[in-house]
Design a protein around this ligand. Sequence first.
Ligand code: UDP
Ligand code: MG
Length: 242
Amino acid sequence: MIKNNNPYISIVIPLYNEEENLLPITVLVKKTMVKIGKSYELIFVDDGCIDGSYSVLREISMDNSNVKIIRFRRNYGQTAAFDAGFKAARGDVVITMDADMQNDPKDIPALLEKIEEYDVVCGWRFKRNDPFIKRISSKIANYVRNKLSKDIIIDTGCSLKAYRRDCLNRLKLFDGMHRFFPTLLRMEGFSVAEIKVNHLPRRYGKTKYNIRNRIFRSFIDLLAVRWMRERRLDYEIIEEDR
Ligand code: UDP
Ligand code: MG
């Protein structure tokens, strides 16, 4: 019999300049995973950090054999970081979250419970701990996104999500697409659920996104997703000679 050494869960965390957050997030994830009692790997994707994040990660990985590090040559963006993490993940279930400790690892058990019934489970930050301007712009963005892409995801911007790993093989990603993972996977026929999750204020480091660097680009991305949805090949064969 071939022995399968793959962990059950892969946790993928993209990060850009989050040096103060990395040790605390690792400790919190470990605590939760020990409680759950399932095998896991924690994949940090260093998206070209220019602070001390990489050396902190090296130190962390020295005393935690579950920790894996992927390091990018430069900053390629969150979608690229997710993509690299997804390709490296070996678990049956892949969980993603931010590195800034705004997501709460304590929500992982609820995600795991729901993933028994669905292919994708998205966190919904129902009490969002972000500045007003971010909350309102995100509400508008979600509304427009759903209208144009004919979807019903309340909070696609929440990185805390769980996926059955096999589904992720069907994604061909492009820069900016991390905001559309649930829609893209639903287009492939997978089932998507949303559950309420905690959201904490950012204590260390700075946000990497503002309205200026998000709104225009993500609108163009939305038009691309809408186009993909409309032009998706969706045919049924009723007979075929072989
Ligand atoms: N991030 C990344 N690459 C980037 C920008 C952001 O990996 O080019 C990471 C960042 O370090 C964080 C997550 O993506 O772990 C979400 O970013 P952030 O917290 O700045 O976004 P916000 O929560 O403010 O929308
Ligand atoms: Mg954040």
